[in-house]
Design a protein around this ligand. Sequence first.
Ligand SMILES: *Cc1c(COP(=O)(O)O)cnc(C)c1O
Length: 483
Amino acid sequence: MNEKSPASSMDWDDLIDAVRPYLDTLIDTQRTPSTRPVFTDDEAFHESSQAPGPVPEVSTPLPDLLDEIVSSVLARGYLNGAHPRYFGYFHPRPLPVTVLGDSIASLLNQSPAAWRMGPAATSMEVQTLAWLADFIGYPGAAGSALPPGIFTSGGTIANISALKLARDAVLGEEVRENGISGGSLRGTVYASAESHYSLSRAMDMLGMGRRSLRLVPTDPTGRILVEALTDRIRDDLRNGHRPVAIVGMAGATATGAIDPLAELAEISAEYGMWFHVDGAAAVVFADFQRTRAEFAGLAMADSITLDPHKWLFLSYGLGCLLVRDPNRLSSSFSDQAHYWSHDSRTDFVHLGPEGARPWKSLGLWLALRHLGRDGYESLLMGNLDMAQYLAERVRAADCLELFADPALPICCFRALPPNSDVDINAYNTALHSAVIERGDVHLTICHPNGEAYLRVAINNYTTRREHVDALIESVLRARATLG
Ligand SMILES: *Cc1c(COP(=O)(O)O)cnc(C)c1O
């Protein structure tokens, strides 16, 4: 039993003593992730989440709690995203400096929500946003007195915010007051069938309705069909709708497809629409020599979603929306409250949907300073090399078929069944389960154009050829067992 008074739980010296024996074990999760399985999922967690117990009445000593975290979480219910053979959803291996940033930010508990809640934090967050815009070659807001965007908790909130800016800009700011229920405003938004589900959530939350999101078919490589898009816009105009925005994908979640952004920008301009680019995962590749050409037209975007917690290698909790005209942020998100005095300096609460926020961008500030653009370039191009190597291996195997040449470190492929009367989609679904079951690599499955493909994202800066080889071996061996 704990002999200490509750006050000792608030003692930093006790905390440091308690944590010291666990520090190496905890840091080793990131330092040597290959020593742990890629994924564990003990049924016991499912059972306990079905029947959560009451709140603890009495104190438990810290060493016991740390012991429980190590023996339970790490041992039995752990997605080891840092493992170089983890190829699943975007789940980066966090850079050490970004974890340091998170720890310092939590310790100092500054919030960039408002200048007076953290003057240095707010100022450094503005700087970090400007660096991000520069990182991807998006000079849009340069010269504005307002910051060039906002940080959010992730890409979903960034996309919702972007469509709110679009709604207010195109339908008129009175929708902020009167809502959209009047019925006369039938605003429509257009994106490819490969776009992220957060767009229909945004339509729902903004009162525009999920059905007003038009999902436009794609070509065989997952890019939006421009002609189908313009046909749909013209149809909608004829039927009394008001086209509000086009969302271009700069790296679709499943396939990595990049839409023809320059063409989408032109169409948006022609019809007086907002042009948003969803580059949550991959727009960080936009301004490097090897990948730049694919992103032509990005500079014309009205807004861009970018998730530092994907390919900038931060742990979860940091998304971002960059905008060409920051005044749109304040006209869409400013609010009044008698207990909240206005400040002439930056108050992010009046520029975005969230209130008090953690200073999560400190990790990114540190990483951009510590690695520089060059440091990031070598990590990102290393990931691209691995995706291209994987594509080579797939092409070399007679029984495997590539979805498309990877322009980004996302690569989809499928296995061909031994004889043609086997349903290829069911076959690849079974193959995927068999690979996951083996447990030595982890990857996901997706269904572009309705067909099943294994999906590999290389979002770990320590994934090397040997790990890609292991992935191919694992798929081939699983295929052999399927017969
Ligand atoms: C991941 C992703 C999102 C959503 O981002 P979260 O950070 O998960 O909220 C949106 N769009 C694309 C293209 C994505 O890949």
